[in-house]
Design a protein around this ligand. Structure first.
Ligand SMILES: Nc1ncnc2c1ncn2[C@@H]1O[C@H](COP(=O)(O)OP(=O)(O)O)[C@@H](O)[C@H]1O
Ligand SMILES: [Mg+2]
Length: 140
């Protein structure tokens, strides 16, 4: 069974048809690349599969997307987005929140740390892995 299956996906923004019946099987434990010219609908497909497209009032979606055999449109959207994430070309830190708080958010929401010391350590590690620690350590 495909991990992710897109079935006859159609999408229009207002009267402009952007996706005209897309079918795709994404097998488990693979890296799959969508390739195509600029404007062909790659980012739009990605926005459909974690339902970010619902934030665009003019977008009309038809067809189905199954994750492990279940329609994503019948799932709790927060649970879906914990499993299907989109990493943007341009980073989107949450405004009015410090660098530290931005990095710590996921750990806090999911209660993955026990105390402040551990939280600081995990945030530092994440920033080091992203080669950002030296640049931001004095303005966390
Ligand atoms: N919010 C929107 N409103 C109207 N048209 C849009 C919107 N977002 C994308 N489009 C149009 O949908 C098409 C596909 O865009 P996109 O998915 O960003 O393509 P790609 O990622 O392959 O470059 C383009 O013609 C683009 O202009
Ligand atoms: Mg794109």
């Amino acid at each position: 069974m495909a991990r992710l299956e897109i079935k006859d996906l159609k999408l229009s923004f207002g009267s402009v048809e952007v996706l005209r019946g897309v079918n795709l099987h994404v097998p488990d434990r693979t890296i799959t690349a969508l390739m195509g010219p600029s404007g062909s609908g790659k980012s739009t497909i990605l926005r459909v599969i974690n339902r970010l497209i619902e934030l665009y009032p003019e977008a009309r979606v038809k067809g189905d997307v199954l994750l492990d055999g279940r329609s994503i449109f019948e799932m709790d959207v927060v649970e879906l987005r914990k499993r299907v994430q989109m990493i943007f070309q341009i980073p989107n830190p949450i405004p009015n929140m410090s660098i530290f708080e931005n990095v710590a958010l996921g750990l806090k929401l999911n209660r993955l740390v026990n105390n402040k010391k551990e939280l600081f350590q995990r945030v530092k590690e994440a920033l080091e892995k992203a080669q950002l620690w030296e640049e931001v350590k004095d303005r966390l």
